[in-house]
Design a protein around this ligand. Structure first.
Ligand code: NDP
Length: 500
């Protein structure tokens, strides 16, 4: 199923998936099943088992055994790299299938899903090289009697909890790097978007990953997710999702075994545009930064902070872009904005649009519920007359809602940009290198774009400042996060005695 199909339709009946433990797909059997409706079409597309607490224990036990007997961490880098490379090739082979199920469960446009899947194959290919280049350090300056080594060891069993906005992409920003480090995995996708995580488990098995190294449990966050964050046999947990559940993850780690945590949480990301920017580039980039994935993106550029002298012009240019963007059936190759992924998210976004109006902001365009046949979307909303204290300017909406705040001086732009509890991402648009560097240095954000937005590749790490999270994923930094450091002191020759 890898030809580029122009006109796709939802499946005639939902596809059944099993969860994945110790190298085997396990069918639902007598377990309850979650049936997912496509948010773009309103018809059932997948059936996913609801795992029991015993299933979770089995998955963690399998990952624990696979780590403790060193069947993966004991291999050399070349052998681990070979598996990751084969997995990358298999993702490419099955890319059309993965993109199709991703679109059906999430509602994103198929063209976007295809691009994401290609990026995921690239991450496996890049991480294969990291499996071979991960190394430690040595100290040859400790005197003739001592030699020091610093080694990196995989941390152990890693739990990975992923959200519904980029089910495959966020997974692949973690899994190949975790595997490159030598760790084993229990992944828990969001209940509403589990299919492509289960396809990845199958691919890894086909690629030669030993049984038990990659396990996937399915079910809700409040049951299986909560069980995973509390599990005493899990050594590290990577969580991506809301700041409120992030707090639960931190509390659970403190209550149980102090597992190491990686957290990628919310964002309220600034797009700072100076008058000397290429305004056509900036208007398109800002529209893309908030329209991409219907704004359901932790790095969405949701706050436009623009130099006052060009604010009206830029607002007009963005409005024009918003009115031209193609909103439609996610399976249509021409669609640029697809469906809102969940009913709850749809209501949240609409309620923020109402709140913005009620607080006195001016809705310049968009913000309307759009029917997509069986599903629904929201047209990108542009708000002017926004003040820093308004909810739409402060809270993560996770939808296509852009607020405009003008500034007069660079320091004011930096102050507005930093006036948030979050620090995930930021963009600056200017042709003046001094201003670009000043802003890049002073705005608190883990990812920065200059004269572009939402660009990237597997080399550069991801993660946030402030309440946007802890730690980094991807790149060599991402592999190192899943290791711990050991210092080895080696005495050379005879040790000088304590008791003569
Ligand atoms: P959540 O934080 O609830 O969900 C993210 C992941 O955590 C999902 O896999 C979810 O599972 C799981 N989860 C939920 N509760 C628990 C728990 N108690 N213990 C362990 N895991 C749990 O996000 P929502 O889906 O509710 O979205 C709400 C808001 O969060 C959005 O409006 C947005 O602001 C933000 N968000 C941010 C994301 C980011 O990328 N930073 C991603 C998603 C949301 P399940 O879905 O099966 O319940």
């Amino acid at each position: 199923m890898n030809q580029h199909i122009e006109a796709l339709s939802p499946p005639a009946k939902p596809r059944k998936f099993g969860f994945f433990v110790d190298g085997q797909s396990v069918e639902a059997g007598s377990r309850e099943v979650f049936e997912r409706n496509s948010p773009g079409h309103g018809v059932p597309v997948t059936r996913i088992p609801k795992c029991t607490p015993e299933d979770l224990d089995d998955a963690v036990a399998a990952a624990r055994r696979a780590f403790d007997d060193r069947r993966w961490s004991g291999l050399n880098g070349q052998a681990r790299a070979a598996v990751l490379l084969r997995a990358g090739a298999l993702i490419r082979e099955r890319s059309e299938e993965i993109a199709y199920w991703e679109t059906l469960e999430n509602g994103k446009p198929i063209s976007q899903a295809r691009a994401e899947v290609g990026g995921c194959a690239d991450m496996f290919e890049y991480a294969s090289g990291l499996a071979r280049s991960l190394h430690g350090d040595s100290f040859n300056n400790l005197g003739d009697g001592m030699f020091g080594l610093v080694t990196r060891e995989p941390i152990g069993v890693v739990g990975i909890i992923t959200p519904w906005n980029f089910p495959f992409l966020i997974l692949c920003e973690r899994v190949p790097y975790v595997l490159a480090s030598g760790c084993t995995i229990v992944a828990k996708p969001s209940e509403v978007t589990s299919a492509t995580t289960l396809i990845l488990a199958e691919i890894l098995s086909q690629a030669g990953l030993p049984d038990g190294v990659m396990n996937v449990v399915t079910g809700s966050g409040s049951t299986i997710g909560q069980g995973l964050i509390e599990h005493p046999l899990v050594d590290m947990l990577s969580f991506t999702g809301s700041t409120s559940v992030g707090r639960k993850v931190v509390e659970a780690a403190g209550r149980t075994n102090f597992k190491k945590l990686g957290l990628e949480l919310g964002g309220k990301n600034p797009q700072i545009v100076f008058a000397d920017a290429d305004l056509e580039d900036a208007a398109d980039g800002v529209a893309f930064g908030i329209g991409f994935n219907t704004g359901q993106c932790c790095v969405s550029g949701s706050r436009l902070i623009v130099e006052r002298s060009v604010a009206d012009d830029l607002a007009r240019m963005i409005e024009e872009k918003f009115t031209k963007v193609v909103i439609g059936d996610p399976l249509n190759n021409a669609t640029q904005i697809g469906a809102i992924t969940t009913d709850a998210q749809n209501s949240t976004i609409l309620s923020y649009i109402e709140k913005g109006r009620a607080e006195g902001a001016r809705l310049i365009c968009g913000g309307e519920q759009i029917g997509l046949g069986g599903g629904r979307s929201i047209s990108p909303a542009l708000f002017g007359d926004v003040t820093r204290d308004m909810a739409i300017a402060r809270e993560e909406i996770f939808g296509p809602v852009l607020t405009i705040m003008p500034f007069d001086a660079v320091e004011e732009a930096i102050a507005i940009a930093n006036d948030t509890e979050y620090g995930l991402a930021a963009s600056v648009w200017t042709k003046n290198i001094d201003k670009a560097l000043l802003v890049t240095r002073r705005v608190q954000a883990g990812r920065f774009w200059v004269n572009t937005t939402l660009a990237g590749g597997p080399e550069l790490p991801l993660g946030g400042f402030k309440q946007s999270g802890w730690g980094r994923e991807a790149g060599m930094y991402g592999v190192e996060e899943y290791t711990q450091v050991k210092s080895v002191h080696i005495e050379i020759g005879k040790r000088s005695p304590w008791i003569a």
